[in-house]
Design a protein around this ligand. Structure first.
Ligand SMILES: [Zn+2]
Length: 138
């Protein structure tokens, strides 16, 4: 007997649906009449999760043999998706949405470190606004 894992859904940077399960990100790979096949985001990995059309967990195949889960980068992905969605929907200033979401997200230290990676920040240094939230607009 196996326990059904907890799955959740979000949107990737590119606006595609992603499935999140146990610290791994999956991208929608194929859709069939009775099932959707979600493939691990790591291209070298062949782990899949199958759901039905209503995104209910059906089963999985393969495993993540060669890599580890990345919960902090998932936190960041989910956070970014939330902010983006609000920016699209609301007329509130972007900065305000960002600060507001950041306050309520309770991100782990690892996730916060990831958001403010120096390498990411330097890409946007020519801009006069905070690089941290420029990341969310792109
Ligand atoms: Zn994998």
């Amino acid at each position: 007997m196996s326990v059904t894992p907890v799955i959740s859904f979000s949107t990737s940077n590119k606006g595609k649906s992603i499935l999140i399960c146990e610290g791994f990100i999956y991208q929608l790979n194929r859709t069939r009449k009775k099932a959707k096949y979600w493939r691990c985001k790591d291209r070298t990995c062949s782990a899949y999760i199958h759901t039905d059309q209503n995104n209910q967990y059906i089963g999985k195949s393969g495993d993540h043999g060669s890599h580890l889960p990345i919960p902090e980068s998932i936190e960041v992905t989910v956070f970014k998706a939330k902010v983006k969605e609000r920016i699209a929907r609301e007329t509130v200033a972007i900065r305000k949405i960002y600060d507001n979401e950041l306050a309520s997200a309770a991100l782990s230290e690892a996730a916060l470190a990831l958001i403010s990676l120096p390498s990411e920040a330097s890409k946007y240094s020519y801009l006069s606004i905070s690089p941290m939230f420029v990341l969310f607009i792109l």
